[in-house]
Structures are given as C-alpha cells and as structure tokens.
Ligand binder design. Structure first.
Ligand code: SF4
Length: 507
C-alpha cells in the first residue's frame, strides 16, 4: 500500500520497486514564482508521478490585499500545467509552494492533492508535506473531539488544523508548536504572507535543501527535496536544511542574506536519514543530506564488488557488467571497476535499454502481463549478452516478480552465465516514514531461507546482496548523523502508533 504522507488511501503498489514518496518545493521573492516552481517540480518528477500542484501568494492591486491562487491535478507536471495561462496568468505572485505525489490508482480523492491552502487567523497559509506522521490516530481523534472536520484522508491535513488551533501569535511559533506535537517523518514547505518556512523533522528522515538564485540582482530563495531542482533553475546550492530545523525566509532575508533558523526540539537528536534515498529514490545528480548521491552509489557498487565479486570460470573469460537502468547505472560503474581490479576481465557494458514511454499494457492470449510490462520497459542488447558471462546490477529487490521477468528477458538473449548483484540488503519490512512498499508478506526476502534460494526463484546463477554493514560503510558517517535502516532490519527509529503498524501490516 501507499505509505506517502497523503496516502492513507488504498492504492496498491504493483510495481517491483518501492515507490518514492513525494517532492516538495518552495519559492520566495521570484518574479515568476509559479514558473520557477513548475521547473523545480519537473526536475523532481521521479518522486511523485501521479499528481502535482502549485499555490502562489500575490498582491491584489484592486482589493489592496494578499490573495492566493492554486492549481492541482492528477498526472505528470507537464500534463497538470500544460496550459500556459495557468502559470502565466492564474498563478500570479512572487512566492510559491509545490508538490508532486503518487496518488491512488483507484478510489483516492483528488482532495488529497497538495499543496493544502487555508485562510485563518494569521492570514493565508499553504503547505506541502513529504513524509508520514506516526501519531496520526491519536492527533486526529483529539482534533475531531474538539470539533475539527477533516476534508481529506491524509495525515498532512493534521498540520493545518494544528497551525490554526495554536494559541501562539507569531506564525513561526504556531509552526514550532505544531512540529512539537506531531511525530514522524516530515519535510515541509510552507508559504504565508510573512514569508517562506521550511522544516525537517527532528530525525530528518526525508531530505530538504536550500538554494538561492540571483537574476540581475534580484535574489530569490528556493527550497526543494533534491538539488536537481536548483540545477534546472541555475540556482546556487546553499546547504541542506538540518534535521530538527525550521527556517524562515522573509523580506529581511532578502535585504540581509540572513536565513532565520530555529530548533524544533530543544535537544537535537541524532539524525535518522532515510538510507534508501541514497540507494534508489533520489536522482544521482542531486545532493541529499548534503552529499552527492552519485558518490554514494558508486561506493555502494564498489563495496558490493569487494564483498561479493563475480569470479571468472577460467582466465580467458570476460565478464560484462550491466545495469538495470536508470537507477542501477551509477552503482554498476563502481561494481565493474572493482570487479575488474579483483578478478580482471570485467567491463561495464550497456546491455539493457530502457524505454521511457511506457503506458498501459494490453494482454493477448498466452501472454503474461508482468512479462509484457517488463518487455515494454526494457530490451536487451544481444551482442553484449549472448554467450557471455553477465552480471546484472540492481539497487533492490522488493517483490521479486519484476526481477524474475527481467531475468527471463535477459535469458532470452542467451548469456553463458547470468549473475545478479544488489546494492542493498534484502528488503524485509515495510516503511512507515513516507515510502510506498508492498506488505511484509509480499516481500520476496520473507519467503526464502537464503539468498541462494531467492536467486534460484528469480532464475540467476548466483545472487548476492550488499550487507547492512557495507551499506552503512558506503554513506557519510559523522557525529550526530545516523540512518534509518528499518526496511532492512526492522529497527524503526521513530515510535509508531498502533494504527500505523496495523494499517501497514494489512495493506
Ligand atoms: S524504512 Fe527504509 S525507506 Fe523507510 S525511511 Fe527507513 S530506510 Fe527509508
């Protein structure tokens, strides 16, 4: 089931991969904030491909007051904002907040599409949330008992009620008050008439970065889930927003360059960055948690080759190391390099071609739908595979169903031997912090005793996963920095309420 912040609906994830959570972006003091937000969301399309939305705040010259405008819809960013008048005429203003998400494939309400907007005692507020709260039931019951009426089925709406009910006067304090009440994973972008706010939960599970744009002396600030959003705007990366940090950017920031920063909890805990962001979710050309993803992915591949190289059967053999594109590409470079150093005759080759134009598949008699889906997505380069020793490198195996079909496809190209190497440990537990994993029962690693058995089930001559130790050895290690590894080892670093566990286990 979908575990995204806005995903309490029953959207079944039929994909092999865990689906990324969402993308959030915030823009402040940009002459065309909606257009900047649009490009930023486009760069972060991989984090949520089923719905998108942008809200802007603008000054109405006729009514002499601030107003907000928004546009939200199901589909890719290009589809949702396909008409130029939406960005050029409707979404006026110099500040914007935006969101990409996965929505339901059946039954979800479009009311769950973010950003969420409200006018309350302190004026206009619009919010975009990436993550998943873990004390939702308790908070919702309390707010309903106090008279709150929920408009959506998402945990993100809780923020809105809590902001509005806060007894604090300053918006910054209302936000801090709320963030000290909720528990779980959140990266937030919020625009108000008093500026742009952005925050990461005390453990900083999801990434969020701060960038700056200078166009002919006009300074704008951008906040985004990944820095690829800055690159498309030619914005400069400033820093990662810290875990346990709320930042505030307003007119003073534009004049002085000072970004106001506040701690959420008085004692900053050790971070619990989602390690899967490095393995698979984020773009390799992004920085997340202050580190280039590309660098970590290469290291994952290298450490995997050190731990589980593919040996040559005889010295004259050659090994073609191929990636499952696109997410496996960078790690495969690292694997091929080290495998070559360790056993020799190993080359990185392009053996699988991925089509980016995959839509619905239609089954004809005798055809397997999953195999067809794989064939519409991938094809083999026969000359790289036929009669060769092939190692296929992928980032993760979740259900194993697509891996099995992919291996069948590669087998059709007649490799001499076919090995598989995975740059993460076996996925055995669902994510409760904003990632869409299938249920525990659907994870292939929970069905077999050994990696060899999984390899046999998938149809490869050998299968090895990266160990958890080597996964941790591949990511930056500094004082105060830690990682969530719960989907591999079941150690959930943030407490879960009973309903969260129940929902996820039954999905
Ligand atoms: S459970 Fe896995 S996917 Fe979820 S936050 Fe932890 S490491 Fe990331």
């Amino acid at each position: 089931m979908n575990n995204c912040s806005d995903c309490n609906y029953k959207a079944k994830n039929e994909d092999e991969k865990a689906r990324p959570n969402c993308a959030v972006i915030g823009v402040y003091n940009h002459p065309q904030a909606s257009i900047a937000a649009y490009y930023a969301l486009h760069a972060l399309q991989h984090r949520g491909q089923e719905a998108s939305g942008i809200t802007t705040i603008y000054y109405d010259e006729v009514k002499k007051k601030n107003k907000y405008a928004f546009h939200r819809g199901e589909g890719l960013v290009l589809d949702v904002f396909g008409k130029s008048e939406i960005l050029n005429e409707r979404l006026k203003g110099t500040s914007a907040v935006g969101h990409n998400r996965y929505s339901t494939t059946g039954g979800a309400s479009s009311s769950n599409i973010q950003p969420f907007n409200m006018i309350y005692q302190s004026g206009i507020l619009s919010l975009a949330h990436n993550g998943n709260l873990t004390n939702t039931k308790e908070l919702k019951q309390r707010l309903q008992a106090e008279g709150a009426i929920f408009q959506t089925t998402t945990d993100s709406e809780l923020f809105m009620h809590l902001f509005a009910k806060s007894k604090e006067v300053e918006i910054k304090d209302q936000i801090l008050d709320t963030l000290r009440t909720v528990r779980g994973a959140y990266s937030l972008c919020i625009i108000t008439e008093k500026g742009l706010f952005a925050a990461r939960d005390p453990h900083g599970v999801r990434p969020l970065s701060l960038g700056k744009l200078n166009v002919d002396g006009n300074i704008s600030y951008i906040v985004a889930s990944e820095t690829a959003a800055f690159d498309i705007l030619s914005a400069e990366y400033i820093r990662s927003i810290e875990h346990n940090e709320l930042i505030h950017i307003d007119e003073d920031t534009i004049k002085t360059g000072v970004v106001k920063s506040y701690q959420i909890e008085s004692e900053k805990p050790v971070s619990k960055h989602c390690i899967f962001e490095y393995v698979y979710f984020s773009r390799p050309d992004s920085l997340i948690f202050g580190t280039p993803v590309d660098k970590v992915r290469r290291k994952l591949g290298k450490n995997l080759a050190l731990e589980s190289p593919v040996e040559l059967d005889n010295p004259n053999d050659k090994i073609n190391v191929i990636a499952v594109p696109d997410s496996g590409n960078t790690a495969t470079l690292g694997f091929a390099k080290i495998n070559n150093e360790k056993v020799g005759n190993s080359d990185y080759e392009i053996g699988l071609i991925r089509s980016h134009y995959v839509g619905r598949t239609f089954i004809s008699p005798g055809q397997n739908n999953r195999e067809l889906k794989v064939k519409t997505k991938f094809n083999t380069v026969k000359g790289i595979i036929e009669g060769r020793n092939v190692v296929v490198v992928d980032d993760s195996i979740v259900r194993g169903t697509t891996s099995k079909s992919l291996i069948k496809l590669i087998r059709e190209a007649k490799p001499k031997k076919l090995h598989m190497r995975i740059t993460s440990p076996p996925v055995k537990y669902p994510c409760h912090y904003g990632m869409d994993f299938p249920s525990k029962e659907e994870l292939i690693a929970n069905h077999y005793e050994s990696h060899e058995d999984i390899g046999n089930a998938i149809g490869v001559d050998s299968l090895s996963y990266l160990s958890l130790d080597q996964l941790l050895a591949s990511v930056p290690q500094e004082e105060g920095i830690g990682y969530c590894t719960a989907c591999f080892d079941g150690n959930y670093p943030i407490a879960l309420d009973d309903e969260t566990i129940e929902i996820r286990d039954n999905e």
